[in-house]
Design a protein around this ligand. Structure first.
Ligand code: CA
Length: 313
């Protein structure tokens, strides 16, 4: 089987960084056509810079990184420096990138790439707010039917919210874009907090990254050390959840994950519950399923995959 062609749409973010590293370490399964940065965890100038820092950390200087939207489709930008630090990639000290940003706008890159490929041959992997994807679908509706699948990190049902009591960060930041994506008809796989909160970097798992004793292994251990402080304090859990790598791990080993095909709709009206993923987990609405909403992960399998692949870089 040939490698699956993907575009990673991202707002790094320490967990985005690990997701990108996992993809770049797995060329047999994943062909990263390009990376589009979006404003989210931190503003666009930093997510774009961080995406390039991560490519260079992986030794992949030839990956093309594009800057997409610098703010949500219809709301002011909300960021999350309280989780990820001022740079978005706090933890390790990594050199500024020398790779350039591509001239083309990230949204135009997504449109052009999908138009240039046969229908059903490119997968979109959003790891941040869905602004770039929602904007591309609005600007060029002809590309929607060309997308093979969208595998995204966002939302929650049982875990409800992390940025508000009702909403997960990525969906909350741009609910309008998320609504467009979930109504697009494209097959969607969702990695909500329900599953990412089961992918915890415990002390032994962090030690295993560090023990790789490579630049990548040490940087990943330092990144997870950094945002673990926040999560331990907030949730009292035994380690930080590795949200975004669930997306790229799914592309490599989908058998590590399980969930339900259900209807998911996005709250775009109520300020109280703005960005909530209204997930019909119990099948009470009769509305058509539009997403595979993942609930379980084999965490040991997930971390052994990560360790094995990161060791290659
Ligand atoms: Ca992210």
């Amino acid at each position: 089987m040939s490698a699956r062609k993907i575009i990673i749409d991202t707002d790094p973010g320490q967990d985005d960084a690990v997701a990108i590293l996992l993809a770049l370490a797995s060329p047999e399964e994943i062909d990263v056509l390009g990376i589009t940065a979006v404003a989210g965890n931190v503003p666009l100038n930093l997510t774009s810079k961080n995406a390039r820092i991560v490519c260079e950390l992986a030794g992949k200087h030839d990956v093309k990184v594009y800057e997409g939207c610098d703010r949500p489709m219809g709301r002011p930008l909300v960021t999350a420096e309280h989780v990820h630090g001022k740079t978005g990639l706090d933890g390790p000290t990594l050199p500024d990138p020398v790779m350039p940003v591509q001239d083309q706008h990230g949204v135009d890159y997504i449109i052009e790439t999908l138009r240039a490929h046969d229908a059903g041959t490119v997968t979109l992997c959003p790891l941040g707010p869905l602004t770039n994807i929602g904007t591309a679908f609005t600007k060029a509706p002809d590309i929607i039917e060309k997308v093979q699948e969208i595998v995204l990190m966002g939302g929650a049902y049982f875990e409800v919210g992390n940025i508000t009591p009702a909403a997960e960060f990525n969906i909350y930041v741009d609910p309008q874009a998320a609504d467009i994506v979930f109504k697009s008809g494209v097959p969607i796989v969702v990695m909500p907090l329900d599953v990412t909160h089961k992918a915890l970097v415990t002390k032994p798992r962090n030690d295993a990254f560090r023990a790789l004793n490579t630049d990548v292994g040490i940087a990943v251990a330092q990144m997870t050390d950094f945002f673990e402080r926040f999560d331990k304090e907030k949730y009292g859990s035994e380690g930080a959840p590795l949200h975004d790598p669930c997306v790229t791990a799914y592309l490599i080993k989908p058998e590590l994950f399980s969930g339900r095909h259900i209807n998911v709709e996005i709250e775009t009206q109520s300020e109280l519950t703005m960005g909530m993923t209204v997930a019909d987990w119990w099948g009470v609405t009769g509305r058509d399923a539009n997403a595979l909403f993942v609930g379980e992960v084999d965490a040991d399998g997930f971390f052994s995959l990560l360790k094995e692949r990161l060791a290659r870089l």
